[in-house]
Write a protein that binds this ligand. Structure first.
Ligand code: S3P
Length: 183
């Protein structure tokens, strides 16, 4: 809450793959009207290929470099207020974690391993889950990233059992305090 006046103060959604960032981002966009930016889409547009192809052809580190570059651009001073949906691994790098926290109000969407497994099994566009045991991979990512998500976020939202409208309402109630009513 003590960010400098010139820093962008967006609404930022973080959390594991399949935690609902895209869906909740759309819901918040519909309610508030601020532009919705999806970091994965920005990376894909810039690379001219899907994330699976970036991982396959250039490797995860190259993807992470692109992700960090996009985040730095989003954190440019005086950027307009936006809703930003991030990729689940954006918190891996410490430099990214600092930028995320500066970007604005950061909301960590939490879901259970079962829910994430169910949602992510609907398509094959997450290269990190191209594994014989995606459940074990999700569990490992959750264990590794939980402290990072927690350290970066302003609000934790347990999404289990709630629909997207209820989740958005909960986020907006708390975000209004953060933005001192100017939301
Ligand atoms: C990743 C999550 C993905 C995407 C990439 C890596 C991760 O985004 O950035 O496949 O490391 O968790 P979503 O969280 O939007 O699926």
């Amino acid at each position: 809450m003590s960010e400098g006046a010139s820093l962008p103060r967006s609404l930022v959604l973080i959390g594991l793959m399949g935690s609902g960032k895209t869906t909740i981002g759309r819901e918040l966009h519909n309610r508030l009207g601020y532009p919705l930016l999806d970091m994965d889409h920005l990376i894909e547009r810039r690379a001219g290929k899907p994330i699976t192809a970036i991982f396959a052809e250039s490797g995860e580190e190259a993807f992470r470099d692109m992700e960090s570059a996009v985040l730095e651009e989003l954190a440019a001073p005086d950027a307009p207020r936006r809703i930003i949906s991030t990729g689940g691994g954006v918190v891996i790098r410490e430099s990214n974690r600092k930028l995320l926290h500066q970007l604005g109000y950061v909301v960590w969407l939490k879901a259970t391993v079962e829910t994430i497994l169910e949602r992510t099994s609907r398509n094959r566009d997450r290269p990190l889950l191209h594994s014989d045991n995606p459940q074990a991979k999700i569990e490992a990512l959750m264990a590794e990233r939980t402290p990072w998500y927690r350290s970066v976020c302003h609000q934790e939202v347990d999404t289990e059992g709630l629909d997207s409208s209820e989740i958005a309402t909960g986020i907006l109630e708390s975000a209004r305090y953060y933005f001192a009513g100017h939301l």
